[in-house]
Design a binder for this molecule. Structure first.
Ligand code: ZN
Length: 202
């Protein structure tokens, strides 16, 4: 399955000259939500991810996703794995599990995101699951920004990756495009101006 082509066809992988929220510039921008606006595509991607996870023989009781980004991917993956789907959400800046969701002692939980950059949010949610007695057996995302090593990829773990090294991480593809400090951005040097993704309604 050509994951990058699927993202491009859905206008989820944009090419141009972008100013990221970090202030850095990039030639590419990944707008994950766009690839999920087609439920059929969302399920296709989730099924592929589920196949990779199933091949490992892991037992999974529940998929837990951090809201908002992970919700659709998490729900679609739970459907593909035929298990329970719950989510964590930020309340007053702190990740928490609400809405009557319960986690049993020793319940095997897979954490799911749409995209993993350094894995900060997903690990914040994972810690809450563990506090409630759950056991994190795997982490999954549709897309990997290339800072963390995933199963079946040669991309190495970078210093800022927050995922634990002893828990398997599954993703469909690595999106390892360069980011540049504005003063050393080759696109700026060519005279173009960086735009903020979202500033034109995307
Ligand atoms: Zn630039």
């Amino acid at each position: 399955m050509d994951i990058k082509q699927i993202y491009m066809d859905a206008n989820a992988l944009l090419e141009g000259h972008f100013k990221l929220s970090s202030g850095n510039h990039s030639q590419f921008y990944l707008q994950s939500a766009k690839v999920l606006e087609s439920p059929k595509t969302a399920q296709l991607l989730a099924n592929e991810l589920a196949n990779n996870i199933r091949a490992s023989g892991l037992q999974i009781d529940t998929v837990c996703a951090p809201a908002l980004g992970g919700l659709i991917a998490g729900y679609a993956l739970a459907q593909a794995l035929d298990c329970r789907s719950i989510f964590a959400e930020r309340v007053d800046g702190k990740m928490s599990i609400r809405r009557g969701f319960e986690i049993k002692e020793g319940e095997k939980v897979l954490m799911c995101e749409d995209i993993i950059t350094t894995g900060g949010s997903v690990m914040e949610a994972a810690r809450i699951v563990e506090e409630l007695g759950g056991e994190i057996v795997a982490i999954a995302a549709l897309a990997n920004r290339g800072f963390c090593k995933r199963e079946n990829s040669d991309v190495t773990t970078k210093e800022n990756c927050k995922l634990p090294q002893d828990i398997p991480f599954y993703a469909l593809a690595d999106f390892t495009f360069e980011i540049y400090a504005p003063e050393s951005c080759p696109l700026c040097k060519n005279g173009s101006q960086a735009i903020k993704p979202g500033s034109r309604g995307n």
